[in-house]
Design a protein around this ligand. Structure first.
Ligand SMILES: [Zn+2]
Ligand SMILES: [Zn+2]
Length: 369
């Protein structure tokens, strides 16, 4: 890093950790506004404490969870959302080793402790430490503080071959990887995905990479999304439940789907997923539902057909490392899902676009004009 200071003696030296900084005192953020949108605001740029890092955000993804929080007013007004972040190391706190200013990295908001009984039994996304957000104020900001545990356990350095728009999918891809791991899929057979939004399509891409022997069926009524699912390699895409049953029957030669991923959410998504599964199949619940909502499942089908129903939430280190390796080795390319690139100032427009259904992945980027 080339320092900029008023002292000519240190004007062009490499800065020590905690040294003079090139970060501005104020930064732009997008905050939650009443009425379920975002608006642009100025905040003080964070400074790193011991073990922490400040990133300059290069790219951050607008996620279904952010939209869910906005729509249901789950975060108080003035909150900074965003947890899919590619940044550049700007400031290092005391004692941080292994990173230098300018390094491009992906940081995680949820980072488990790795030591407690939940972590050790594989339920690391239920670890109490997991819910202490490691990103402050949040991804929708110009600069971002990464907490000590986030730096220590889950800061992923990016080699030059991974672009920002691929790397921004590390977090969502890790969530999908977890669901696929939890599903314990067979080598061959037919799986189905309910909903071809950004996350449903990310399932489609990852299932082809991780389980190439499977046929992947997709249910999606929206014509444009259905067409993209076909282009991305779906074995069949159906627009109605009747068509879905027929297509799955054909692909599986009457066996039925061995697993159905509910990427639509709510009671309707779960009902659709359960309905499409065959005997012995697994339904993977991946999406949000309204608070307190209840699904009605035919219990005897669950019992007599030995169905499995599993939830999958967020991602752990194992899932992140697998998604990271796939990205680094060029086996995973989620970039076709990016439909819009906007600067942070256009945050309210981004939310409107996402809610209109005419966008898949929207990313905020510091490079967009
Ligand atoms: Zn997300
Ligand atoms: Zn733990």
């Amino acid at each position: 890093v080339i320092g900029r200071t008023t002292n000519p003696l240190v004007a062009f030296c490499r800065l020590p950790a905690m040294g003079t900084t090139a970060t501005p005192p104020q930064m732009k953020v997008a905050v939650t506004a009443p009425g379920g949108s975002l608006r642009s605001e100025e905040r003080a740029t964070p400074r790193p404490g011991p073990g922490e890092i400040v990133l300059r955000v290069r790219c951050s993804g607008l996620c279904g969870t952010d939209l869910w929080k906005l729509q249901h007013a789950l975060s108080p007004p003035g909150s900074v959302l965003g947890h899919e972040v590619v940044g550049e190391v700007a400031l290092l706190g005391a004692g941080v080793v292994g990173f230098v200013p300018g390094d491009r990295v992906v940081a995680m908001h949820h980072v488990a402790c790795g030591r407690c009984v939940l972590c050790r039994s594989g339920a690391d996304t239920q670890c109490p430490a997991f819910f202490e957000n490691q990103l402050a104020p949040g991804g929708f900001s110009e600069y971002l503080l990464v907490g000590e545990r986030g730096v220590e356990r889950a800061l992923y350095g990016l080699p030059p071959q991974i672009g920002d728009e691929a790397a921004v999918f590390l977090e969502p891809a890790a969530c999908v990887v977890r669901g696929i791991r939890r599903a314990e899929l067979p080598r061959d057979g037919t799986v189905s995905i309910v909903g071809a939004g950004a996350m449903g399509l990310l399932h489609l891409i990852l299932l082809q990479v991780l389980s190439p022997g499977l046929h992947v069926h997709v249910s999606e009524p929206h014509a444009e999304r259905a067409a993209l699912a076909r282009r991305l390699g779906a074995s069949a895409v159906s627009s109605s439940p009747t068509d879905a049953h027929r297509d799955i029957d054909r692909l599986s030669r009457g066996r039925g789907a061995v697993a159905v991923f509910d990427a639509a959410g709510g009671q309707a998504g779960l009902d659709a997923a359960f309905d499409l599964g065959g005997p012995g199949s697994t339904v993977i619940v991946f999406a949000h539902a309204d608070h307190g909502s209840v699904a009605a499942l035919p219990i005897n089908t669950l019992f007599k057909e030995e169905r499995r129903l599993i939830g999958t939430y967020s991602s752990g280190i194992t899932d992140q490392q697998l998604a990271y390796r796939l990205l680094v080795h060029g086996r995973l390319d989620p970039t076709p899902l990016v439909t819009h690139r906007l600067p942070l100032e256009r945050c309210s427009e981004a939310v409107a676009l996402a809610q209109s259904g005419h966008a898949l992945k929207i990313v905020f980027t510091s490079e967009a004009a």
